[in-house]
Design a protein. Structure first.
Length: 328
């Protein structure tokens, strides 16, 4: 059996698998053949006789060339843009790495929410300006607390569930909307509604956290109408996919003070263009799609893939199988 490892990003080397982890796979499965592709052309050469792919970038001509492919494991959690109609017709199974990022992203959400609530991003700027901004940083709008705050979650997968647990532990009240509201709520969530409950959630929340996958239904989920429902001091945190948000509408809302601020780790186009207005808005925190990264990320992802590869060899159910219709 041949396994193709093709996890490479020219403009995001942090998400490119280091070669030593391919060596780890070869050591753990010496009876299998592993091919390591480092770019698109290399993948095209090596994918025709691959039975399995460890990748998050296979689409288009690569899938067409992979005539023997039976299973793809994505190193990422979000796979909306990876899914091809060919998967169903050819019986290709897709699994992902959901759960790997949950704790790390939950900590990020807490960190940036506190930064916006306490204006710590402003404090850093004033420090660089050598300005003692005590008055600016001690007013009511700079001393908000998570304890007693209303946190609204859009999505209750692994990430949303962990955000709920951590926020509730800090004293926040957490409510959520999810596609299947009848499922038992995770720890820390006091109320769950279906997608039709989004308007009410937006009006209630002090913090809106986007933790839903990118699907046909969630693309552009937060636009001008939704932002208009938020409180004028509420903050928006997006840690899943940039295309859940209409960025033009978000910029307009931030510029006129319709919402209090935003912390964004993902964008409609990445990298974010140097001239994008989001860079210079004073009430925005920008991070370059790193909220899910952790020091042992590749160890965790490789271990998950190895467990699934053992299951695949034995004909056992795989972990984290993606529903191709729902997109997650």
């Amino acid at each position: 059996m041949k396994v193709l490892v093709a996890i490479y990003y020219r403009e995001a080397r942090v998400w490119t698998i280091p070669a030593r982890y391919v060596d780890v796979l070869r050591a753990r499965f010496p009876h299998l053949t592993f091919a390591h592709a480092e770019d698109h052309e290399d993948s095209l050469r090596k994918i025709p006789d691959a039975d399995v792919a460890f990748s998050s970038i296979l689409r288009g001509e690569l899938i067409a060339a992979a005539t023997r492919l039976r299973w793809i494991h994505s190193s990422a959690a979000g796979v909306g843009s990876l899914i091809s109609p060919d998967f169903k017709t050819r019986g290709i199974v897709l699994t992902n790495s959901r759960g790997i990022h949950a704790r790390t992203i939950a900590e990020y959400v807490v960190a940036v929410t506190l930064m916006l609530f306490r204006k710590l991003h402003v404090a850093v700027r004033r420090q660089l300006e050598v300005e003692w901004a005590q008055e600016e940083l001690s007013g009511p709008d700079a001393t908000r607390a998570l304890h007693g705050a209303h946190v609204g979650l859009v999505g209750l997968g692994a990430i949303g569930s962990e955000v709920a647990r951590v926020m509730a532990a800090l004293g926040a009240e957490v409510r959520a909307v999810r596609r299947r509201p009848a499922l038992p709520p995770p720890a820390g969530v006091t109320r769950v509604a279906g997608p039709d409950g989004l308007p009410a959630l937006l009006s209630w929340a002090d913090v809106v956290v986007l933790a839903a996958p990118h699907t046909r239904e969630t693309r552009g989920l937060i636009g001008a109408a939704e932002l208009a429902r938020m409180k004028p001091d509420a903050v928006l945190v997006n840690v899943t996919r940039g295309r859940l948000v209409d960025e033009r509408a978000l910029v307009a809302a931030l510029e006129r003070g319709a919402i209090g601020g935003a912390a964004l780790d993902v964008f409609e186009q990445e990298p974010l263009h140097p001239l994008a207005p989001l860079w210079t808005l004073p009430n925005v925190i920008i991070t370059p799609h790193t909220s899910g990264f952790r020091a042992d990320y590749w160890d965790a992802v490789t271990d998950l893939f190895c467990e699934n590869l053992r299951r695949f060899e034995r004909g056992e159910p795989l972990l984290n199988v993606v529903d191709l219709d729902r997109g997650y």
